[in-house]
Design a protein. Structure first.
Length: 161
């Protein structure tokens, strides 16, 4: 019993494989266990009949299984059809949004073109031709609203002198 740990467990240290000596005994010296003989279980005819009934597939089970599969198939079909309809609606909405954006850009371009085509000198000349003149300070009425309203301002408002 005074063997070292290395001798007890038959360890070899190092990084090379060494030749094992023939007289070295395996590490475990315990005898191998013998398998126990299986006891024969006595079964009654009722038990055998219950086992057969449990393992057999009866007609009611098949009906329930087929009904379940039909329900699952119908639900899957419904889900897939709804998903396809949703994807179509999503594509139509995307096309409509793209068309709306295109029309908005065209509208802004046309408004800018209209604003740039207006010549104020020509309008002023035509107004003087018809006898119109700039309003005096007495002709200007100021209106102050108590309610705040939404106003979109596109440019600077000139100051009245």
């Amino acid at each position: 019993m005074d063997k070292t740990r290395q001798e007890r467990y038959n360890m070899i240290y190092g990084n090379t494989a060494r030749k094992i000596e023939d007289n070295v005994q395996p590490a475990s010296t315990q005898p191998a266990r013998k398998p126990r003989p299986r006891r024969k279980v006595k079964t009654t005819p009722e038990t055998r009949q219950n086992q057969k009934r449990a393992l057999s597939i009866d007609f009611a089970f098949i009906k329930v299984l087929v009904a379940g599969l039909c329900v699952i198939a119908a639900m899957s079909f419904f889900y897939l059809s709804e998903r396809a309809q949703f994807m179509k609606q999503k594509a139509v909405l995307s096309d409509a949004k793209t068309q709306l954006n295109t029309l908005q850009v065209e509208n802004e371009d046309l408004n800018l073109e209209i604003e740039q085509s207006i010549k104020f000198d020509t309008i002023e000349t035509a107004a003087k031709k018809y006898g119109m003149s700039k309003p005096d300070a007495s002709h200007i009425l100021r209106y102050e609203s108590q309610d705040t309203e939404y106003v979109r301002q596109y440019g600077k408002i000139p100051k009245a002198d």
